[in-house]
Design a protein around this ligand. Structure first.
Ligand SMILES: Cc1cc2nc3c(=O)[nH]c(=O)nc-3n(C[C@H](O)[C@H](O)[C@H](O)COP(=O)(O)OP(=O)(O)OC[C@H]3O[C@@H](n4cnc5c(N)ncnc54)[C@H](O)[C@@H]3O)c2cc1C
Length: 461
């Protein structure tokens, strides 16, 4: 995005209607507005932010996220958007990567970056990383070097083989996969290495640990996601004159002669524009498409699979931990965030969020079963919790949290922004960005759709 874009809309500005107010829709709206287009953004819920939102928990008065969201310094388009809406100061971003990894024995291993250049940067900490043997570390370093120099990560072979099998073929032990490789793959791809393509896993390693020295500095919202994203995004767009239609669902697309003619909204309203962007998840797009369009390549949107995330929110009456966040190995706790410390909450006790990625195996468990499992685990891993009282416990399950990157998928269902319809474009984390299902992927997709319209339309208005 570029601040030199004209900030005023000319009288003959072309119009764009965007369906979906997640990060993809917001990014597209912002870029098109900045390029002089008249933009209307339609979101079915009464707020922006899509899959990254928060609400105020009435029992505690605290803002609770639907799911802990983490970003890295390599999320450059996401960071740029958050900066442009003016809320980057409400995030925390490490000045250099540092991850504490705990186990139930009270041990802590650390992965951190050092002043060494680029991909060598995390090696010193890796040499002291306590959860792998010396020989496992040497083997892992050799594989990291191999990854660094693989040029074509999109080859058919790498698309077809699971990352776990690829790692095994490259001399990685089960322990090494569990204690190192999956520690990174599970939160970034929301699946275990056995369920992801090697191509996407290699993209993750090349972009983060093997990228620029600061690429994997870790960041997150300091306050609720809606305070940091949805609300300031809404304020910024409204201030700039973007029309927001919130709380109304797009129910249908009218099309003829290869172009979209209008959108039909849940309140009967019809919206006409010169261009249209769908920035909704693939299953939502499928329910919007008329049958004739489902027969085009757009129908591939219906072939995506999804992986769930479960977040548990626990309030203790005492201080039970002083870290901001930590990873756990060999535990369902996976990643634990201490929201009391992160948000500097002015409340007695500790509010912890446990984020469980690739959560299929826990999906059928009830709230009580999850509580028992997680509280037991916390008692083992963070012994201070055993003597503290639980004041409140919330479970939030997101079934279609992220799309999957399953190995061996025979079709490429990540569609490009341009569609068979002349004035209809696609955005959304699931489209063809090269990124996994992330906030960065979503913002990139919105920017790509906006740029495609600007390019199609000449130089913009
Ligand atoms: C629990 C959880 C944890 C996550 N953790 C991380 C993380 O740590 N890091 C990270 O980078 N990413 C994370 N993600 C993924 C990230 O949230 C998504 O990749 C990103 O928000 C997707 O944005 P989007 O705009 O593509 O789609 P969405 O956010 O799904 O936005 C689509 C919007 O369209 C609206 N909509 C749908 N149908 C219609 C219709 N017919 N009419 C009008 N509006 C409609 C929806 O209400 C929604 O607001 C997580 C996701 C979840 C659920």
């Amino acid at each position: 995005m570029d601040n030199k874009f004209p900030n005023k809309i000319s009288l003959n500005a072309k119009s764009v209607a965007i369906i979906g107010g997640g990060l993809a829709g917001v990014a597209a709206a912002w870029m098109l507005h900045c390029s002089g287009y008249k933009v209307v953004l339609i979101e079915k819920r009464p707020f922006l932010g899509g899959r990254a939102y928060s609400f105020t928990d009435s029992a505690t008065g605290v803002e609770v996220d639907n799911g802990q969201h983490v970003f890295m310094r390599c999320f450059s388009e996401y960071i740029s958007l958050v900066k442009q809406v003016g809320s980057f100061d409400k995030t925390k971003l490490q000045s250099s990567m540092n991850v504490e990894v705990r186990d139930s024995g009270g041990n802590i291993g650390v992965l951190s970056s050092s002043p060494l250049p680029s991909y060598l940067s995390f090696l010193p900490s890796f040499l002291f990383y306590r959860y792998l043997s010396i020989s496992e570390k040497i083997k892992a370093i050799l594989v990291l070097l191999k990854i660094k120099f693989i040029k074509n990560i999109q080859s058919e072979d790498l698309q077809n083989i699971s990352f776990k099998d690829w790692l095994k073929n490259n001399n990685q032990s089960e322990k090494s996969i569990r204690n190192f490789w999956d520690l990174i793959i599970l939160p970034t791809l929301n699946d275990h290495s056995s369920n992801v393509t090697t191509s996407m896993a290699l993209m993750v390693f090349k972009t983060t640990l093997l990228g620029d020295r600061h690429a994997s500095d870790i960041g997150f919202a300091q306050y609720g996601l809606s305070t940091v994203m949805g609300t300031p995004m809404k304020d910024k767009l409204v201030d700039c004159g973007v029309s927001l239609v919130l709380g109304k669902q797009v129910l249908g697309l009218k099309h003829s002669k290869g172009v979209i003619r209008e959108l039909k909204l849940s309140d009967g309203q019809k919206i006409k524009a010169d261009f249209y962007i769908s920035a909704i998840p693939p299953f939502a797009l499928m329910s919007l498409l008329p049958d004739s369009l489902k027969k085009t390549e757009l129908g591939l949107a219906g072939t995506h699979d999804f992986s769930p995330i479960i977040n548990a929110h626990i309030w203790y009456d005492k201080t039970v931990a002083d870290f901001e966040w930590t990873a756990f190995i060999n535990s369902p706790l996976q990643y634990v965030f201490n929201r009391s410390v992160i948000s500097n909450l002015d409340q007695e006790g500790t509010y912890l969020t446990i984020s469980i990625s690739g959560a299929s195996e826990f999906w059928s468990k009830t709230k009580e079963q999850l509580k028992e499992l997680l509280v037991d685990e916390l008692n083992k891993c963070l012994p201070l919790t055993a003597s503290a009282k639980i004041k409140r416990f919330i479970i939030i399950k997101e079934q279609r949290a992220t799309f999957r990157n399953l190995p061996g998928a025979s079709i490429n269902n990540r569609l490009k922004s341009a569609t068979p319809l002349d004035n209809f474009y696609l955005a959304g984390d699931w489209t063809d960005t090269g990124w996994p299902s992330t906030m960065e992927g979503a913002v990139i997709s919105g920017n790509l759709a906006a740029k495609a319209i600007i390019a199609r339309d000449g130089s913009g208005n």
